[in-house]
Design a protein around this ligand. Sequence first.
Ligand code: MRU
Length: 340
Amino acid sequence: MREFTSMGMAIDNGKLKILDQTLLPHEKKWLSCENVDALIEMIQRLAIRGAPAIGISSSLLLAILAEHGHSREQLIKDGVRLKESRPTAVNLMNNIDRVLKKVSENDYPSSVIREAESIYLEDVGLCKKMSRLGANIIKKNESILTHCNTGGLATAGIGTAMGVIRTAHEDGKNITVFVDETRPLLQGGRLTSWECGELGISHVVICDSSAAMLMKAGKVDRVFVGSDRIATNGDFANKIGTYSLAVLAHYHDVPFYVVAPRTTIDPECFSGKDIPIEERDASEVLGITGGLCSYTWAPEKSPAYNPAFDVTPAELVTGWVLDTGVFTFNDLQHANWWMC
Ligand code: MRU
């Protein structure tokens, strides 16, 4: 296997390494991931997270296992188990399917290794393309609001929505970023703020509930978010809280963009109703679990509802920024619009 290093994952001495995102920004601990059980555990507790990153790390692990002598049958079983680790991000299923398709080729395991390497490298290129297209939309001195973490930790490259922000910053547009803390697991407050700091991007962390008053005060020029799965009618799933942001943006006339590679569009989902939404443990809402501390502030017996994602309807989206172009609601009327 080739060696790779991104912000949150690496292939180092033939081993998959994961930067434990539950400990960031306070501790940078790289974990060695040697088997499928270990990766499933890391994906489920969000040590590695973000739609592209979970798909890419799964493909890389399958390639390492193939290189180390896993039989074709064993690799298929491993792939099927990894696909079940989280339900919403279509990248996970797509990337694993791509790798498993190569299992039947004569030059296995080389065929699988090559595919996993191209998945990684392709993502780096896709991030650059989307980020350039999205950054071109941003004007000088604008304030951008974003949700969750969509940057280098969530992808192999510079990110999706965060890639747009980073590119606009590198273009010298003097932007300021409002970083939604992103309850309940604080991917914005912990990770996006950290990435902004590392990149020297001016940013302000806000409670998710502050977005409304900032928009009312005219302080938000645009919203950019990522996505875990986009239906063919343009509805899309992203981190819980994205839908409420879209409603707020619509009410306050703030342009709202979703940024994702075209492979995030699932041709089998015709609308948001077809997107499976992950429900996570109540403890994440009742207190803070895992990571550097654990504390329950609610009565332990209180029931809680904890969907990890929500669906934003297409009519609230100003633009779909894909690697193939920026699409508007009108463009969605064409068949296979994302390929046009
Ligand atoms: O639960 P997470 O942290 O994996 O959720 C991540 C998101 O919702 C991101 O916005 C999405 O994966 C797009 S990232 C490029």
